[in-house]
Ligand binder design. Structure first.
Ligand code: EPU
Length: 304
């Protein structure tokens, strides 16, 4: 089953049934003075949905502009960028259980969203077809997420003093266009690896040698609680930085390569096979493990 097909790597040709979800439609199911609830068909293109929200002044997804893929696949890996994850605006995920053909729905909590993860990517993988997603968006008093360093830098470069959902989307679109390759021009699946979460001990060890290593606090949910608490034992590192330090950025091996502006993105210059890309990914994993002792986990769906 595929949506936009933008987050997968085929190791071989597939000689079996493939279902491409291509349903369309956006429906306002409820609104009040401050919020609007919109139900969107799984086959809608994600970025077109973001543009539609901007046109209607609906806030919540502007930081997620220009992410490739479809609305129906957005909850699976809980797409995220520049300080926002789609879990922040999802109200419900509607699905069909393949085994029973019954329609069902998952509340936000039932989706068990985490960093680039959800129930649809682990325990319930391959068991449901997502048909629609409903979002709760703001109609006024939008929550502006501009804390991410790259957004701040872009806003000041553009001398854009007016903070609104349109200026945030504009900044995000500029950053992504500069940094990330367009899949229409050069094959890629965005970040190939997840940013790894390591023990504080390992982080301190690496930091001794590389004082400028980017690092982020990690949060976790307490059992049976909605709230995230800071986990002081764990630290999130930037996989792109680790790969960059190993000298891979911009390197090309035949038609498989590492993007010149963002080492976390693997690219296909034309004729690389799935196996070629996969071998390059393994080479990177081995080198990062050897140099830093950090295991990188592939984020892209590997299909064999
Ligand atoms: N960095 C380098 N060299 C590189 C790449 C990055 O030194 O080649 C450093 C940067 O300077 C920065 C840090 O690593 O200090 C993090 O880089 P960046 O801000 O570009 O973000 P990222 O952690 O590499 C994540 C997401 C992206 C998302 C951006 C912005 C993951 C796996 N990736 O990338 O998501 O767009 O943050 O929020 O979490 C995707 O999932 O496909 C994707 C593109």
């Amino acid at each position: 089953m595929i949506g936009g097909g933008s987050n997968m790597l085929l190791l071989n040709d597939i000689d079996r049934l493939v279902i491409h979800i291509n349903t369309k439609g956006k429906k306002i199911i409820k609104q009040d003075e401050n919020h609007v609830w919109v139900k969107v068909a799984a086959g809608e293109n994600w970025h077109e949905f973001v543009l539609w929200c901007l046109e209607n002044n609906y806030g919540g997804v502007e930081n997620l502009a220009l992410i490739p893929g479809n609305v129906g696949t957005s909850p699976i890996q809980n797409i995220g960028a520049y300080g926002v994850e789609v879990k922040d605006v999802i109200e419900k995920v509607y699905a069909i259980e393949i085994a029973t053909r019954k329609e069902t729905s998952f509340s936000n909590t039932k989706c068990k969203f985490a960093y680039r993860d959800s129930i649809f990517k682990n325990v319930q993988k391959g068991k449901y077809i997502i048909t629609d997603v409903s979002f709760k968006l703001t109609r006024k008093n939008h929550d502006i997420h501009d804390a991410y360093g790259a957004i701040q830098a872009k806003l000041s470069e553009k001398r854009n003093k007016k903070l609104c959902i349109a200026s945030i989307a504009d900044a995000v679109i500029s950053i992504r266009t500069e940094k990330l390759p367009d899949p229409k021009e050069i094959g890629n699946s965005g970040s190939f690896f997840k940013n790894p979460i390591v023990s504080k001990k390992l982080f301190k060890k690496i930091q001794k040698e590389y004082p400028n290593i980017p690092n982020y606090p990690t949060y976790q949910k307490q059992y049976n609680s909605e709230f995230l608490i800071l986990n002081s034992e764990l630290v999130k590192l930037a996989a792109g930085w680790l790969i960059d330090q190993c000298g891979f950025k911009g390197k090309r091996y035949g038609d498989a390569g590492v993007h010149k502006n963002q080492a976390l993105v693997l690219v296909n210059y034309g004729n690389a096979t799935g196996q070629d890309i996969f071998k390059l990914a393994q080479k990177i994993q081995n080198k990062v493990k050897e140099r830093f002792g950090v295991a990188l986990e592939m984020e892209v769906n590997i299909i064999s």
